[in-house]
Design a protein around this ligand. Structure first.
Ligand SMILES: *Cc1c(COP(=O)(O)O)cnc(C)c1O
Length: 429
């Protein structure tokens, strides 16, 4: 495949945009080659400016569950655009989308819309702190919750559980309120509660982690987490920005019986438009401005064009209940195929699937937390990624990302992808 135009475009972009991209992962730093610049998408396919076509397993990092340029979503967006782009005043479509979400998630009575997942999580944490009157939060290493200051933490050097900034520009005074625990390890959470017995406002977790590769939480672990939070009066936040409407129609909560106190959403609820949301019981949400004292606002929050895209997408999902079964079957078929391809070349490989989300690691043991994920063979992944890209298969350009099936994918596309995987695995063995 030729990438000449993309290579030139990347050089041009580099001159005026840091690293040539507006979000770091897009830069292909962890894999070989330069990122294809995209001209357009259609269903399951992406087309780059060199005229290459790819089967797209990234789908804008999750939002496009119906694939690119879905006709019904497109029509609702165009109609919304024709009525005006933004009013900064209430519209009934916000209530309609909120009502859909409230009926799907038991743990949500009321929901507030924002414009990104980052904003949703940042606001949810402020609300949790405001409701409890506490300052500390617990997060899990390897879970990603957007780029707000208090969540850009890594393990500190001294007291292991208190975080230190993982990026310059983040004050240590902020991250010292973030305690770090290990995914799927309840002892590590207990330790956080021991170190800060009455100070923890909330524990935030991706109930199906998708930002260290796909690493689901055990049901027993989530149950114990729920107990710990309840016993200590800390709020449990499920960050379902990725898993919401992806793992099932009601996200991880459609698979697990554990109910959080608060939920954050994003990605699929905007169907490709910038939307995030956070929700909880009416009692918790009553603390939020203007009902309560916890301040939160946004000029473009609940934007009517974004709401139109989200509403059409959610209604399409709701009216097609068997969709998740078929998406899940395709994800399983794809991962089984990759696994067999790896086995055929004696390459250590593990996979997982949750609904329309899939993940794989070049690793010889199951991945249950971030330390396990770090042991995956990233050099081999980089070669695999390049080999697949050259065969028209667009996979996430990092071994720490989940993959996504969209409704426009056919079994033939999955077969074509598996065939490519056999060839590439043989090459990189
Ligand atoms: C993508 C993601 C975010 C951040 O959302 P943005 O829209 O990129 O700000 C937060 N949490 C999780 C679990 C995510 O996957």
């Amino acid at each position: 495949m030729a990438y000449d135009k993309s290579i030139a475009a990347f050089e041009e972009a580099y001159k005026v945009i840091p690293g040539g991209v507006d979000s770091p992962v897009r830069a292909f730093s962890g894999v070989e080659g330069t990122p294809p610049f995209i001209q357009r998408g259609e269903g399951a396919y992406l087309f780059d400016i060199d005229g290459n076509r790819y089967i797209d397993y990234v789908q804008s990092w999750g939002p496009l569950i119906f694939g690119h340029a879905d006709k019904e979503i497109e029509t609702s967006v165009i109609e919304a655009v024709q009525r005006g782009l933004s009013f900064g005043a209430p519209t009934t479509i916000e209530t309609e989308l909120a009502s859909e979400i409230v009926t799907l998630f038991d743990s949500i009575d009321k929901v507030r819309f924002v414009s990104s997942g980052t904003e949703a999580v940042m606001s949810a944490i402020r609300l949790a702190r405001g409701v409890t009157g506490r300052e500390n939060i617990v997060k899990f290493t390897g879970c990603y919750h957007g780029h707000s200051d208090s969540l850009l933490v890594q393990a500190g050097s001294g007291l292991a559980t208190f975080g230190s900034p993982s990026s310059p520009g983040v004050p240590a005074d902020l991250t010292k309120h973030t305690l770090l625990a290990t995914y799927n390890d309840i002892e590590s959470v207990l330790k956080c509660f021991e170190e800060s017995p009455d100070g923890i406002a909330c524990v935030i977790i991706e109930p199906i982690a998708g930002n260290m590769g796909l690493v689901p939480a055990d049901e027993a672990f989530l149950e114990e987490l729920r107990c710990l939070c309840t016993n200590h009066g800390a709020l449990l936040i499920f960050d379902e920005v990725m898993s919401g409407f992806r793992a099932s129609l009601s996200g991880a909560q459609g698979i697990s019986s554990v109910k959080p106190d608060m939920v954050t959403l994003g990605k699929v609820i905007g169907a490709g438009m910038p939307v995030g949301a956070f929700g909880a019981s009416a009692q918790i949400m009553a603390h939020l401005s203007p009902e309560g004292p916890v301040y939160q606002a946004g000029t473009l929050s609940g934007n009517p064009v974004a709401m139109a895209a989200g509403l059409t997408s959610l209604r399409k999902l709701k009216s097609n209940p068997s969709l998740y079964v078929s998406l899940g079957n395709k994800a399983k078929k794809l991962m089984d195929g990759f696994k067999k391809a790896a086995d055929a070349s004696n390459i250590p490989f593990v996979t997982d699937v949750r609904g329309s989300m899939f993940g794989f690691f070049f690793s010889d043991k199951p991945v249950r937390n971030f330390d396990d994920a770090l042991e995956n063979d990233t050099a081999r992944f980089a070669k695999f990624h390049k080999g697949m890209l050259d065969r028209g298969i667009y996979l996430a350009c990092s071994s720490f990302e989940a993959g996504f099936i969209c409704a426009a994918m056919t079994d033939e596309m999955i077969d074509e992808t598996i065939k490519a995987a056999y060839e590439v695995m043989a090459e990189i063995a």
